[in-house]
Design a protein around this ligand. Structure first.
Ligand code: SF4
Length: 392
C-alpha cells in the first residue's frame, strides 16, 4: 500500500526550507494573484520560480494555489498569470473556480488539483472533475475517511485530505461572515476568522444573556488515524497553516513524518507521545474533525489558544559549536528552551549566553535581530521557549 504524501504549507521561501527539512514531501504556496490567504507573505513570481527550482533539486514537489472563487474583475489578469505558471512549471495548480480551471486546462500543461474550496464530497462530483481533466481532488474537510475509501474505490483518483490544522465552521470557505463583519471576502483571501468570535445570544428584550464562541471549530489532528487513512487509499495529507510560523511547521511535520515512517516500516508509532507533542504549539484544542463519522469539533467552552512553547528563533548557520540565530522573540540566558532539529528530534535545554553581531554579550534577545550562541546544533533547527516554566 502506498504511503501518503506529507504536504505542508509554505507561506514564504524560508518556511519552504523548514517544511522540506522537517519531512514534507511536498509544499503548497501562493503567488500574489488568485490565491486565498491574501494576508500571508505570498510569493512573487521570482520566488515561485526559485521555490520550484529548490523543489526540483531536492526531489520534492511544489503546488501553487490559485483557489479563489473569482469575480469577473479578477479574470482579466488570468491569461498572463497562467502564462507565467506554464513557464515555471510547478508540479500542480490548486484551483476551485470552474472558470479558472477551464482557462488553466486550455492554457497550461500543468496538472490541476481541485481545491477543497470546490467542496467535492462525493464520487459523482469527483468524476465530473476527472472528466474535465483534474488529476487530484482535495476533498472538502467534511468528508470522513470511510467516505474517502468509497470515493477512491469508485473513481481511482488521487485524493488529498486535510489531516492537521485549523478547521472552517462553514463548508470549506463558503462563507460571507468576514464580508459582513469587515468587508473582506473569504473566497478571495480575506477570511478574518470571524466565526471564532464570541457571539451574544439575546432574549426577547434584546438583552445579551450569554456570550459564546458558538461557531468555534476545534483544530484538526488526524495523526492517530493514519493507518485508516492509508488503508482508504488516500494519496496526500495536507497540513493547514500558510500563515503559521516555523515552530508550528517543524513540530507538526516532525510528528507526522515519524508516524508515516513508522507506518512505512510497519512499526507502531508512539502516537500518544506524538499527540502530546502536537499539543505543545499554539492550538485551539485539537480533535479528529469530520475524519470520523460524526464531528465533535465545535468547542463552545473555548477559553483561548493553548501553547506550551513559543517560537524563539531559527538557526541560520552552524559551525564548530557556534550557531547564528535569527531571533523572533525575546528571551534571556537561562530560559528553558526546546530545540527541534531537522532529523525530527527535539531536546530541552537552557538558553546559554547570547552575543550580538559586535561580539558583545547581551542580556536579552531582540526580535528580528541576529545573535550568536555556543551550541552545537544543525542549521535549520528551530528554537522555542517553554511557556509553562516561565509562568511557574
Ligand atoms: S470566517 Fe470562519 S467559517 Fe468563515 S471562511 Fe473564515 S474560517 Fe471559515
Amino acid at each position: 500500500m502506498k504511503l501518503p504524501e506529507l504536504l505542508a504549507p509554505a507561506g514564504n521561501l524560508d518556511r519552504l526550507h523548514t517544511a522540506y527539512a522537517f519531512g514534507a514531501d511536498a509544499v503548497y504556496l501562493a503567488g500574489q494573484r488568485f490565491s486565498l490567504r491574501k494576508h500571508a507573505d505570498n510569493c512573487s513570481l521570482d520566488e515561485i520560480r526559485s521555490a520550484t527550482a529548490i523543489a526540483r533539486k531536492m526531489g520534492k514537489k511544489i503546488y501553487i494555489t490559485m483557489n479563489i472563487l473569482a469575480h469577473e474583475c479578477d479574470m482579466a489578469a488570468l491569461p498572463e498569470w497562467l502564462a507565467h505558471m506554464e513557464d515555471i512549471q510547478p508540479d500542480a495548480l490548486i484551483i476551485a473556480d470552474a472558470g479558472i480551471f477551464a482557462a488553466a486546462r486550455k492554457q497550461t500543461t500543468i496538472p490541476l488539483h481541485i481545491s477543497t474550496q470546490a467542496s467535492v464530497l462525493n464520487s459523482r462530483s469527483s468524476q465530473f472533475w476527472i472528466d474535465q481533466g483534474a488529476s487530484r481532488i482535495i476533498l472538502g474537510r467534511e468528508v470522513s475517511i470511510a467516505e474517502c475509501a468509497h470515493l477512491f474505490e469508485t473513481t481511482g483518483i488521487d485524493i488529498e485530505i486535510f489531516v492537521h490544522g485549523s478547521m472552517c465552521a462553514s463548508h470549506s470557505g463558503k462563507c460571507v461572515i468576514s464580508s459582513y463583519t469587515a468587508g473582506r471576502d473569504s473566497n478571495r483571501g480575506g477570511c478574518m476568522h470571524s466565526c471564532r468570535y464570541q457571539f451574544g445570544i439575546e432574549n426577547n428584550e434584546q438583552e445579551i444573556i450569554q456570550q459564546t464562541p458558538l461557531m468555534n471549530a476545534q483544530d484538526l489532528m488526524g495523526i492517530s488515524l493514519l493507518p485508516d487513512i492509508q488503508q482508504a487509499g488516500i494519496a496526500s495529507l495536507k497540513v493547514e497553516g500558510r500563515m503559521k510560523n516555523d515552530l508550528y511547521l517543524a513540530n507538526t511535520l516532525s510528528c507526522y513524518r515519524a508516524a508515516l515512517d513508522a507506518l512505512a516500516t510497519k512499526e507502531s508509532a508512539p502516537i500518544h507521545q506524538l499527540e502530546e507533542q502536537l499539543h505543545t504549539v499554539s492550538n485551539r484544542t485539537l480533535g479528529a474533525g469530520f475524519l470520523q463519522e460524526r464531528s465533535t469539533g465545535v468547542n463552545t467552552a473555548f477559553e483561548g489558544y493553548q501553547a506550551q512553547i513559543k517560537f524563539l528563533g531559527k538557526v541560520r548557520h552552524s559551525t564548530a559549536g557556534t550557531i547564528v540565530v535569527e531571533w523572533k522573540d525575546g528571551a534571556v540566558p537561562g530560559d528553558a528552551i526546546r530545540i527541534l532539529t531537522p532529523d525530527g528530534n527535539y531536546h530541552d535545554s537552557t538558553l546559554p549566553a547570547i552575543t550580538n553581531l559586535h561580539g558583545e554579550t547581551v542580556e536579552r534577545s531582540r526580535p528580528n535581530s541576529i545573535g550568536f550562541l555556543k551550541l552545537d546544533i544543525p542549521q535549520g533547527s528551530v528554537i522555542a521557549r517553554h511557556l509553562l516554566e516561565e509562568s511557574a
